[in-house]
Design a protein around this ligand. Structure first.
Ligand code: ADP
Length: 341
């Protein structure tokens, strides 16, 4: 098992925070299991690293069904979609009619499409009948006539779980077919601290509470960022021969990673510096070009943190640096001048 797998929560009890979502999942799990039915189609939205994949995997584990993960962008055409659906186990079904003959054998597998907004609209439309009636409209060559013929073909009942940070981009009729629609929010600092304690325990790390608090305060409410800090702090401790991770270890790790006292990375500061240079409100496209980073990263990882720290604002005219943002850059500038002197 790799480190990411070791840290990943495996059960609903292990899954910290997102209480409303966890409760909705718990109820749906209980209902599906007691009716021996599939888990309802679900769409999870929210920024990267907040636990969408982890929760989808937990649902599959709790339902004791196969889990097939796939990236939305990798489903290029009808054939690609059919290939994914053809993995669904048909145990317990009569292959000719599609009727269930051995209910005890049926496994309602889960297909997990990450970044589902990257699927073509025509493919999401093709999925409508699959999601509702577990039938897929396909063109198949008739072996007698040799001609292509379209028809509706059955498939084993399954659950589709989609994950996206761009729910609004998905066609409404497609989204409406998902019975559970949940939006993941950044975690509170207390929740991130709890996650850090769990991860440290799973990794057998000796770490002081102050070190965890320091990392949590810079994790942006995102467990993936916290786990990354934890692993890098472990590396620094190993490198320096320390047998426990202390606040000094964490500070050294932040210094090596070029993360400042507010938790800003080099990229955050480049964005802020660009905003300081242009002063007027500016669009995301221009920022992306100026700092040479893709828009998704800036929108999902950089901006929410800068906005939360009130270093920049987003208005209908564009993004703009705040007085606090300018002050922070000023302090940094003074500090680096002082260090150089
Ligand atoms: P997403 O699919 O939203 O990008 P992931 O499910 O891959 O996010 O989560 C990233 C990592 O953060 C996981 O590997 C896991 O270790 C950790 N994580 C996410 N959510 C939680 C949580 N609620 N409790 C504990 N760990 C979590």
């Amino acid at each position: 098992m790799n480190t990411t797998d070791i840290i990943r929560p495996k059960t609903l009890n292990d899954f910290i925070g997102q209480q409303d979502i966890a409760m909705e999942v718990k109820i749906a799990l209980h209902s599906a299991r007691s009716r021996n039915d599939a888990f309802p189609h679900t769409i999870f939205s929210g920024a990267p690293g907040l636990g969408k994949t982890s929760l989808a995997e937990i649902i599959a584990a709790e339902m004791d069904v196969p889990f097939f993960p796939v990236l939305g962008a990798s489903i290029r055409d009808e054939e690609g979609l059919r290939n994914i659906l053809s993995q669904l186990p048909s145990d317990g079904y009569d292959m000719q009619t599609g009727n269930i003959v051995l209910p005890g054998k049926v496994k309602h597998a889960i297909i997990f499409i990450d970044e589902i907004h990257r699927m073509k609209k025509s493919l999401t439309e093709l999925l409508h009948t699959a999601l509702e009636d577990f039938k897929l409209s396909m063109k198949i060559r008739n072996p007698l006539t040799g001609k292509m013929q379209s028809g509706l073909y059955w498939m084993p009942k399954f659950t589709l779980i989609g994950a996206t940070n761009y729910l609004g981009v998905l066609p409404r009729p497609f989204v409406d077919r998902f019975m559970i629609q949940s939006c993941f929010e950044p975690y509170t600092e207390d929740e991130i601290i709890q996650i850090a304690h769990h991860s440290a325990k799973k990794l057998n790390l000796d770490i002081v509470s102050e070190a965890i608090a320091e990392m949590a305060s810079k994790s942006r409410g995102v467990p993936r960022i916290l786990n990354r800090f934890l692993l890098r702090a472990r590396d620094v401790a190993i490198y320096t021969g320390a047998n426990r991770i202390t606040q000094e270890t964490v500070q050294e790790m932040f210094q090596i990673q070029n993360i400042d006292e507010l938790g800003l990375t080099k990229l955050d500061r480049r964005v802020l510096e660009y905003l300081a240079a242009v002063i007027r409100p500016i669009g995301i496209g221009a920022i992306s070009q100026a700092v040479d980073e893709d828009q998704n990263t800036i929108e999902n990882l950089v901006e929410p943190w800068l906005v939360r720290l009130r270093l920049m604002v987003k208005t209908s005219q564009g993004r703009q640096i705040t007085e606090l943002g300018l002050q922070h850059l000023g302090q940094e500038l003074q500090q680096s001048r002082f260090l150089k002197a």
